[in-house]
Design a protein around this ligand. Structure first.
Ligand SMILES: Nc1ncnc2c1ncn2[C@@H]1O[C@H](COP(=O)(O)OP(=O)(O)OP(=O)(O)O)[C@@H](O)[C@H]1O
Length: 353
């Protein structure tokens, strides 16, 4: 399978990282024990780059994103270790007042469900204008004019009229466009898009992904695209981080990952992609088994129970990240043997049964 890598990956390769997640651990203390939702995860985002973070539900993608925004409810959540550096400053050390200057201004997030993030009793224009006024020295009239410009930027027709409407008057796709306008209103350097199309139907999903891609090219911000959909990654991302059970298990450029996936979990994700599966009797394959809850993970590789390559060592020792190529890392003892194997769909457990 081939994929095109956006040119920004080459342009940004020599710049220092805009955002650096360094050995981040975010845990939740619950009555049934500590949930290690994010367990020593590191990745960087460079200016102008789109980084994909993929994995199944519950693997810690959103908790990482909410940690960057410092929106983890505490308690039960807590930062158990690591740092999140934005332009060299550790966000985990900032006061809430200092963080408020960054959140929604320098680092913004588009959430999965726009309806729960928009205020139902405020016009969308006022909501965007309030965000602008909170961070920039603009009067209400100028802020409202900028809100209209933002609606135009996200390709909402008749922005002068729509600016005075309430969220319930808009379709799901339009509400997600409003969320994007809200997130971009202050010209952030980092945009985190957390499953931005989950709640939308397929045609609208494609339009929103296309819009995000256009806006990234036009505005040049760094984007973290959180998704469980490798198709979205292939279309939009320069680099990809694959997460499993709170850890990073593989990272590579998009081109490298699609050409040479070496973690069995990444290969299983690829084998379950509809396009790759067209040859397998048109069925959409699922990865057998479920993600073990992170407090159940005593030792060994968290994927071992679902992995057709697992050997005794995988159940005893946790694999650390190893270099599998230029800019390519993987946490698997058997990656070298796996790299020799043919197409990913061949090694999915139960694929041919
Ligand atoms: N407030 C909380 N209290 C306890 N556990 C939590 C809390 N928030 C998240 N978790 C747990 O952290 C783990 C990671 O969740 P997270 O939402 O990051 O997964 P995800 O990969 O983003 O999945 P999804 O795609 O479903 O959002 C899950 O096991 C989840 O149950």
């Amino acid at each position: 399978m081939t994929s095109t890598v956006p040119s920004s990956v080459h342009a940004s390769a020599h710049q220092p990282p805009l955002l650096e997640i360094d050995q981040l651990s975010t845990h939740f203390d619950t009555i049934s024990g500590t949930v290690r939702s994010v367990n020593g995860v590191s990745y960087t985002l460079r200016a102008g780059e789109t980084l994909g973070v993929v994995g199944e539900s519950g693997c810690g993608k959103s908790v990482t994103a909410l940690s960057i925004m410092r929106l983890i409810p505490m308690p039960p959540g807590r930062f158990a270790g690591g740092a999140i550096r934005y332009n060299g400053v550790d966000l985990l050390k900032l006061s809430e007042k200092e963080m408020r200057k960054i959140r929604g201004n320098r680092i913004s997030m588009v959430f999965q469900d726009p309806m729960s993030s928009l205020n139902p009793v405020m016009t969308i224009g006022v909501q965007i204008a309030e965000t602008i006024m909170l961070h920039q020295k603009l009067g209400k009239k100028e802020a409202l004019a900028r809100a209209t410009d933002m609606l135009r930027l996200v390709q909402i027709a008749e922005p002068e009229r729509r600016v005075n409407e309430y969220p319930y008057q808009l379709s799901g796709g339009m509400r997600q466009r409003v969320m994007i306008a809200l997130a971009l209103a202050c010209n952030p350097e980092v945009l985190i898009a957390d499953e931005p199309t989950t709640a939308l139907d397929v045609t609208i999903q494609a339009q929103i992904i296309e819009l995000l891609r256009d806006l990234q090219a036009k505005l040049g911000m760094g984007v973290i695209m959180i998704t469980h959909d490798l198709g979205v990654v292939a279309e939009t991302c320069d680099r990809v981080v694959v997460m499993y059970a709170g850890r990073k298990v593989e990272e590579a450029s998009t081109e490298e990952l699609f050409e040479r996936p070496v973690h069995p979990y990444t290969r299983a994700l690829m084998a379950s992609m509809p396009a790759m599966n067209a040859a397998v009797e048109g069925r959409l394959l699922e990865i057998p088994g479920i993600v073990a809850a992170s407090h159940e993970l005593a030792r060994g590789c968290a994927f071992a129970g679902r992995c057709s390559y697992a050997v005794e060592r995988c159940r005893q020792e946790t694999p650390m990240l190893m270099e599998a190529g230029h800019g390519h890392s993987v946490a698997c003892f058997r990656w070298q043997e796996i790299a020799q194997q043919a197409a990913p769909q061949d090694d999915l457990m139960g694929a041919h049964s």
